[in-house]
Design a protein. Structure first.
Length: 439
């Protein structure tokens, strides 16, 4: 009696799935032959599940088995399509609003391996030394082979103060390295901006969240009240992406017209063109964007748009190459379906997918090794060093400027890519001033 009931329930589920499939396929222009082949495969799936329920060595949790089948289906399509459990779906919503609990990394599947897209700046993962393209082979001793990105994220997240142990492989390493990292609440302040030196702004966007565009614009307006802007460096290194419309919003700040990005999908309604809008606030000062192998998705959209319009100079190393669009569809039980629906193209018709953005000026990052100070250092005596010297009118200002210059020099010495960007943006400003003077 019980076996018959199980078969009846499985047949009922099977019929529901088939009816849903056919209702969708009628609008998706699937051929009759494909429909029949799918019906046959679904029938095989139903029979296998029934046999397993009756004969498998241990009792099967049907819900978990079906969820596993769904995850396997999506995993077979591409690295970014996935089934989100209610917990994962909630975490994703929290993350786009500004915080989550974990170690602070974005992961994907690359060459069938669980790979770090980038560590988020100033998070436990970043402080532990994890880097873009590091491969995670184990999480707390469990192999990551055949583990999807969101299944991995579920294991990486946990209560604040608890730890997770990762086995990491990095190109050039002979052996795996185990890292134990403590989880924290990761509040993501997506935009930071400051004057690197008078007139020259350094801004960093760590991830594109729901208010990134407005935050970035507000910070620029605040800094403009302190000093006229002569140039801007926008740091998108290790920015794993985020929300498409926020990337468009940031690029739009610097562009007056033309395409920012466009998408191509299988269906006409998935083809979208995002364009720039003229604004009253002209921001025509020189712009340099820093990128690296951890710059992905939305970060690549901004860099690609600026490069295509020749609005700024892209400096750094080849970006990650994540150029696909994911649509999140809520499901009735609080879960979600993350589905790849289109691919990104830059305004000059270049695909980002698996290619990335090639910088205008390629500068590999070189770790700073402080030079050894000589044991005896002769100090040249200046007028200001003499006892009872007459004070200069601008002496105090000069001391302050010297201190600021020293701090800036130390910062530039520690980051050769930033140093290159700074030199370029200053040179562009000087060049622009010469043109204005000549005219």
């Amino acid at each position: 009696m019980l076996t018959a009931l199980k078969r009846y329930l499985l047949s009922f589920i099977f019929l529901v799935v088939v009816s849903l499939f056919f209702s969708y396929s009628s609008s998706a222009e699937i051929s009759q032959a494909d429909k029949e082949a799918t019906y046959k495969q679904l029938e095989i799936f139903s029979n296998i599940l029934s046999i397993l329920q009756e004969n498998y060595v241990e009792e099967i949790n049907t819900k978990e088995a079906l969820n596993g089948a769904i995850r396997g289906l999506l995993y077979s399509l591409d690295p970014h399509s996935s089934y989100l459990t209610p917990e994962s779906f909630k975490d994703l919503q929290d993350e786009t609003r500004g915080s989550f609990t974990g170690i602070g990394i974005e992961v994907t599947i690359k060459n069938d391996l669980l790979t770090i897209v980038s560590p988020i700046a100033d998070t436990p993962a970043d402080q532990a030394g994890l880097k873009a393209n590091d491969v995670i082979l184990e999480i707390d001793g469990k192999k990551t082979k055949n583990m999807g990105p969101y299944e991995a994220i579920e294991k990486l997240r946990g209560l604040p103060g608890t730890s997770v142990t990762l086995s990491i492989h990095r190109e050039g390493w002979e052996d795996l390295k185990k890292m134990t990292i403590k989880r924290e609440v990761i509040p993501i302040q997506s935009v930071k901006a400051e004057f690197l030196s008078p007139g020259y702004i350094y801004s960093r966007i760590t991830k594109f969240q729901s208010h990134t565009g407005n935050e970035f614009k507000t910070k620029l307006q605040q800094l403009k009240t302190e000093h006229e802007i002569d140039g801007l460096i926008l740091d998108l290194r290790n920015n794993p992406g985020g929300l498409l419309h926020q990337a468009v919003s940031v690029a739009d700040i610097f562009l007056e017209k033309g395409k920012i990005v466009y998408t191509k999908g299988r269906k006409a309604d998935q083809n979208t063109v995002f364009t720039a809008h003229a604004s009253g606030d002209k921001r025509q000062y020189p712009l340099v964007i820093l990128v690296n192998e951890g710059s992905a998705s939305a970060a690549e959209i901004v860099a690609g748009a600026i490069q295509a319009h020749k609005r700024g100079i892209i400096v750094g190393t080849q970006t990650f190459g994540k150029g696909s669009v994911q649509t999140i569809i809520p499901l009735p039980d609080g879960a979600g379906l993350r589905m790849t629906t289109a691919t990104y193209y830059t305004p000059d018709d270049r695909s980002i997918q698996a290619l990335g953005i090639t910088p205008d000026v390629e500068v590999p990052f070189v770790a700073c090794v402080p030079p050894e100070k000589p044991k005896t250092e002769k100090k040249l005596v200046k007028e200001a060093d003499l006892t009872n010297h007459l004070p200069g009118v601008a002496q105090e200002k000069s001391k302050k400027a010297d201190k600021e210059a020293s701090i800036l020099e130390e910062r530039l010495q520690q980051d050769n890519q930033l140093r290159t960007a700074y030199n370029i943006v200053k040179s562009l400003n000087l060049f622009t001033d010469h043109i204005k003077t000549d005219n």
